[in-house]
Design a protein. Structure first.
Length: 404
């Protein structure tokens, strides 16, 4: 029971929410609830609230005290205190509790040397089972017969159940006989706090084993960009799925190839503070090019990219109809045509002009892929739309291959 009279710490008296994910849930014969959970996975626990409470929680922006919120919203003070106290326990508010959870998580990862298995777990409990799943999916994909040597891919970061067809279409373009010396995986920072390029000095565990960090390449980047700048927000990788979902496919084809993992920011979103504390995409691309030229060998580039996000779940006013789906496909294919032209600036320009109207989530890593891989050609292999059953959301994705 929360003491309704005891003074609250300042970060609870004027609460500010971190990024969290709400998930609706309703069991038969019971009232619907919303589960709040931390996408960064600092806490494994969730918090259940009534749906009408969610709009109130979204107003915890650090600008108003609880007393001011109570006066404006008419929410009882004791209820507000209970909500912020529970959210704080789970690290869903900025403050000392979040910092402690982050410190503990980093200590565990530092001790093990890698991020734990998370979103890749559905592949199977053993490496044998995971390899069998991946082999089966690849066997169902057609050989795209890409002329030349494939040096880069675009693959989705949907969950495997929804997106395996497109993953398989992308990875079918690779030759198992051409093992790269390293893999650069460019991801999207969906829920983390970093607003620059976020790299990791740690490896990643999957059902197929540990994908190791490329220490040789990272040593160059640490020297040229500064360790503090590129690793400042590396705990964002703990709950981020876009990097991790690609790694089992790489392991299945090539074994434990060293990995350079980087979450690339959206070019349409400026950094919060231009103080040099974080590495920009321009700095990252230039430094990585220099590092790889020094190291030599074969590099495979992968952009982990989903495309449009439409429907009420993403803020649109109405359901996803067939007509809307057709409009989105037309827009997506025009954008993909520009991507396949291989010009990073030409690819990004219409998104700037239209303020990314259909909410592509991976402009940063796709444009960085073009800059790094310097393609001789780009071929679209597959395009799909994933619509939920109640027309509340649609996410689109594609597979593409780059040859140098």
């Amino acid at each position: 029971m929360v003491d309704t009279e005891a003074p609250l710490p300042e970060h609870l008296e004027r609460p500010c929410i971190r990024n969290f994910q709400p998930r609706g849930m309703q069991q038969e014969g019971q009232q619907p609830i919303v589960l709040l959970f931390d996408p960064s996975r600092l806490s494994a626990q969730t918090m259940a609230v009534q749906p009408q409470v969610l709009p109130l929680i979204l107003q915890f922006q650090g600008r108003e005290s609880l007393a001011e919120l109570s006066a404006r919203t008419k929410a009882p003070m004791n209820i507000l205190r209970e909500i912020v106290t529970r959210m704080d326990e789970l690290g869903l508010l900025w403050g000392p509790r979040f910092e402690e959870l982050e410190r503990l998580a980093k200590a565990r990862i530092t001790d093990s040397g890698h991020f734990p298995t998370s979103c890749t777990a559905p592949l199977g409990e053993t490496a044998e089972a995971a390899n069998a799943t991946l082999a089966g999916w690849l066997a169902e994909a057609e050989d795209p017969e890409i002329p030349g040597t494939v040096s880069g891919l675009v693959a989705p970061h949907l969950d495997y159940a929804s997106g395996w067809h497109t993953y398989a279409a992308a990875y079918r373009a690779l030759s198992p006989d051409r093992r790269p010396d390293r893999v650069v995986v460019l991801g999207t920072n969906h829920f983390g706090i970093g607003d620059g390029v976020v790299m990791s000095e740690f490896g990643f565990q999957t059902p197929l084993g540990i994908a190791p960090a490329d220490r040789a390449a990272l040593a160059f980047l640490e020297k040229s960009l500064g360790s503090k700048r590129i690793y400042a927000d590396q705990m964002d990788h703990l709950g981020e799925h876009s990097i991790q979902l690609q790694l089992p496919w790489v392991q299945h084809l090539y074994g434990d190839v060293p990995v350079i993992a980087a979450l690339v920011p959206d070019p349409l979103r400026p950094m919060v503070a231009d103080d040099g504390a974080r590495a920009t995409t321009d700095e990252f691309v230039a430094a990585l090019e220099t590092a790889l030229n020094e190291l030599g060998g074969k590099t495979l580039y992968i952009a982990s990219s989903d495309l449009s996000h439409v429907g009420p779940q993403f803020g649109d006013p109405g359901p996803v109809t067939d007509a809307i789906a057709q409009q989105v496909e037309q827009l997506d294919r025009e954008r993909l045509r520009l991507f396949c032209a291989g010009d990073p600036k030409g690819f990004v320009a219409p998104f700037i002009a239209q303020n990314n109207v259909s909410r592509w989530c991976s402009l940063g890593n796709m444009s960085a892929l073009l800059r790094l891989a310097k393609p001789a050609s780009v071929e679209l292999i597959d395009y799909r739309q994933m619509r939920d059953t109640n027309a509340g959301a649609m996410v689109t994705c594609a597979a593409a291959a780059i040859t140098a």
